[in-house]
Design a protein around this ligand. Structure first.
Ligand SMILES: *Cc1c(COP(=O)(O)O)cnc(C)c1O
Length: 380
């Protein structure tokens, strides 16, 4: 059986967890948390990083930091994970859903302007599959209309926009280390603070609304309740696992990219015949091999392909039912059609891609897909 995803251990994870436990401190903000944060700050020049228990938590922190309140509008792509929107809904925001591009599932920057009003407080671009949104024009738009940009970089570790690391472009950015991402810690995430004005308050919000972080640095003699907040920090057990993965980030990325390239190579003939479409990477973006997806013609064909692959013991999955049509949001949506988001929701199929996947597995999956289209053509 070839599963869709498989959590993996790269090396010293369990040793580091043991060391964390033996050190006598397994709550948050110990040595491993600091090492993880230092890793990101030095490698990608992020101004300030704070590990969180999930990307969802980092997005919730972003919404609190921006003082989002009742009636504020936040523009979010329709084709994304629920947390991108929900973090802002929790603060009372009205979500204005934006459509995807014609050639990729990313938010279509060229069609954003009509969605902006004087209540627009933030836009949350999602770098889908780790491939950058067109950030230059988006940042210009943000400056012109003075709203904030929060990057949902959940899938975007070690990926770039015109040479700049994703996560470094918005005022705030959120990463995920969920077991389905490139670098994992089971559950886990990180808030990146690129705007100086948010640095101190981010620490407070993450520590239950207290100034405990300044206290531990000796900047204040007592710590107390100074703001709203919650418990957003992970334990050292999670940080220890994560640090082991970060030390091997390059090896993980090299392996994933090799598997991704192999899929691309094996499936190019099918794309050439017009049976499927393959991911498109614009000249301004890099590929961090977070995901390999194909696009089928329609939902019927995709369902048949999923069933066919399952018969070959291959688990392929689709995702993201359009958020504006969800039971929770359908009555709150303004009624606009978002045809590209619908199309990706109906046609996109994710293939197995994980660190321990073998090259021969990529060949088997590609072969099974080819067989599907060969036999399907005959029966049609
Ligand atoms: C995975 C993911 C999230 C959620 O990450 P968690 O760490 O599970 O909270 C949010 N947004 C996107 C685009 C994701 O892919």
């Amino acid at each position: 059986m070839i599963p869709f995803n498989k959590p993996f251990i790269i090396g010293p994870e369990l040793d580091y967890i043991r060391q964390a436990v033996m050190s006598g401190k397994i709550s948050g903000d110990g040595l491993y948390t600091k090492q993880c944060q230092l890793f990101f700050e030095s490698r990608y020049h992020f101004k300030k990083t704070l590990l969180t228990t999930s990307c969802t938590d980092a997005l919730e922190m972003a919404a609190i930091l921006l003082d989002i309140e009742d009636g504020d509008e936040v523009i979010v792509p329709s084709f994304t994970f629920v947390s991108t929107a929900n973090a802002f809904v929790l603060r009372g925001a009205k979500i204005v859903f934006a459509d995807s591009e014609d050639f990729s599932p990313n938010i279509d920057i060229d069609r954003l302007e009509p969605l902006i009003t004087d209540r627009t407080r933030a836009i949350v671009p999602v770098h889908y599959a780790g491939i950058a949104c067109n950030m230059g024009p988006l940042l210009d738009l943000a400056k012109r209309h003075s709203f904030s940009v929060v990057e949902d970089a959940a899938q975007a570790v070690d990926s770039y926009y015109r040479g700049k690391p994703l996560g470094s472009l918005g005022a705030l950015s959120a990463f995920s280390f969920h077991e389905t991402k490139n670098i994992i810690s089971g559950e886990g995430g990180m808030l990146v603070v690129n705007d100086d004005r948010h640095v101190q308050r981010a620490e407070i919000i993450r520590e239950k609304g207290t100034n405990r972080s300044s206290f531990f640095r000796g900047e204040v003699d007592k710590y107390g309740w100074v703001d709203i907040g919650s418990s957003f920090l992970p334990s050292e057990i999670i940080a220890a696992f994560l640090y082991a993965q970060l030390e091997h980030l390059d090896a993980i990325q090299t392996k994933r990219k090799r598997l991704w390239d192999l899929y691309f190579e094996h499936l190019t003939p099918l794309a050439g015949c017009g049976h499927i479409r393959l991911p498109y990477i614009p000249e301004y973006a890099t590929n961090n091999a977070h995901m390999f997806y194909i696009l089928c013609d329609n939902i019927t064909e995709r369902s048949a392909l999923i069933a066919h692959l399952r018969k070959h013991d291959i688990m392929a999955v689709f995702h993201y039912l359009p958020l504006q049509k969800s039971p929770f949001y359908k009555d709150k949506h303004d009624g606009r059609e978002l045809p590209n988001a619908d199309r990706y929701s109906n046609c996109l199929l994710r293939l197995p891609l994980y660190y321990e996947l073998h090259e021969k597995d990529v060949e088997s999956v590609s072969e099974a897909i080819s067989i599907f289209f060969k036999t399907r053509r005959k029966t049609m």
